[in-house]
Design a protein around this ligand. Structure first.
Ligand code: PLP
Length: 403
């Protein structure tokens, strides 16, 4: 199928590399191959570019350049924050707090630490996906060494009250506060000083930058063990020759995303809210997942009763639309989303979910075509569903009543 006939609506999974970033990366591959740790011109010129990229990323989140560490992806940053803190601080305590709705880069790392003798508490969320600050306060202990709570959820888009949660952590414990902001960078403002976080994870490919590059923000003075041991790169904190083209590309993408954010987020919020309204109006027995207003500008997530999410995805794909039933990493599995289950959705409703995440190249016209296709697909699938006929013939009741 030609690219023209496709409509990409899965920007939470990944984004296309924008032309300005591609140009920057290509320029690097064509002309600058030096190793920044070497002491001659080829090395010095890329060392300068690395320093500039570090300063650019620091500027985007109001950090000091010395607090920015380049990694290979958001997953590495999350692993480093958790394992690095756990092993550096294990004499002070072994208790870790996180939430039930984190990305698997956090959840599976915490599960692994649990097996190594650390102890984890998983905070609940409410029906909109919000963490209750009082729950965090109650869970903090003398031996809590790290709290990790995401800024914006990758499935339902709910934005957590990070400033308040970090303040509660610091007032009531000695724990570090880590925040997975992979979905938030480039979408909503991030100021590490204002938020009061100790560590933050970012990834290049969610904001029209390249895949395979991430950042860890680590507040000066905070102690974490290295995850990767090797050379003296990243001020002795992360061995491995720096991937300068991708780092420079990430920095370019982050600077552009920040510049464009005021206009672009306004535009996306209008499209997002139109889509939410239109789906609720035109398709019966559905429900918006995630907070109605404290949500990412580009995120729409719905459950449709009497439907399997996977079949919906296949039919939408056949009509040219790329969406997701949850996070990209779990969409290959048939388990319902752990995020929707944590928000209290029953299994059968969680199974019929669809995530639509808008991007800077989507248009209102595309969304109009999309809603019409979705409306028809939901009707077609319901016609084939035995549950739908049970419902039509009055043998079962609907759980989701929107019209
Ligand atoms: N954290 C969140 C919230 C994410 O959405 C993702 C990717 O989907 C990651 C972490 C992992 O990032 P990466 O793909 O760069 O490893």
């Amino acid at each position: 199928m030609s690219e023209k006939s496709r409509v990409y609506l899965d920007h939470a999974a990944t984004t296309p590399v924008r032309p300005e970033v591609r140009a920057e990366i290509n320029r690097m591959y064509e002309s600058f191959y030096g190793n920044p740790s070497t002491f001659y011109e080829e090395g010095h010129e890329v060392a300068d570019m690395l320093a500039q990229a570090r300063a650019d990323i620091a500027g985007v989140i109001n950090a000091d350049p010395s607090e920015i560490y380049f990694t290979s992806c958001g997953t590495e940053s999350d692993n480093w924050a958790l394992k690095g803190t756990a092993f550096a601080r294990q004499k002070e305590g072994k208790h870790i707090i996180t939430t039930k709705i984190e990305h698997h880069a956090i959840l599976h790392t915490v599960e692994w630490l649990d097996k190594q003798g650390f102890e984890a508490t998983y905070l609940d969320v409410d029906a909109d996906g919000l963490v209750d600050p009082e729950d965090l306060k109650a869970a903090l202990r003398d031996d809590t060494i790290i709290v990790s709570i995401m800024m914006a959820n990758n499935e339902v888009g709910t934005i957590e009250p990070i400033k308040e949660l970090a303040a509660i952590t610091h007032t009531n414990s000695r724990a570090y506060f880590h925040c997975d902001a992979v979905q938030a960078l480039g979408a909503i403002p991030i100021d590490v000083q204002d938020l009061g976080v100790d560590m933050m994870s970012f990834s290049g490919h969610k904001l029209y930058g390249p895949k395979g590059v991430g950042v860890m923000y680590l507040r000066r003075g905070k102690r974490v063990d290295n995850l990767l041991h090797g050379g003296a790169q990243e001020r002795m904190r992360r061995g491995g020759t720096e991937n300068i083209p991708l780092i420079v590309g990430f920095a370019k993408a982050a600077v552009l995303a920040k510049e464009e954010m005021p206009e672009e987020s306004k535009r996306q919020i209008v499209m997002r809210d139109w889509l939410i309204q239109e789906i609720s109006k035109r398709i019966p027995y559905c429900k918006l997942n995630g907070h109605p207003t404290k949500r990412l500008p580009n995120n729409v997530n719905f459950s449709f009763e009497f439907i399997e999410g996977e079949s919906m995805l296949l039919l939408l794909d056949a009509e040219g639309y790329a969406c997701s039933s949850g996070s990209a990493c779990t969409s290959a599995s048939l388990d319902p989303s752990h995020v929707l289950l944590a928000m209290g959705l029953p299994h059968e409703i969680a199974h019929g979910s669809l995530r639509i995440t808008l991007g800077k190249d989507n248009t209102q016209e595309q969304l109009e075509g999309f809603v019409t296709s979705l409306e028809n697909i939901v009707a077609r699938l319901r016609e084939m569903s035995p549950l739908w006929s049970d419902f039509q013939e009055g043998r079962i009741k609907a759980a989701l009543i929107n019209k």
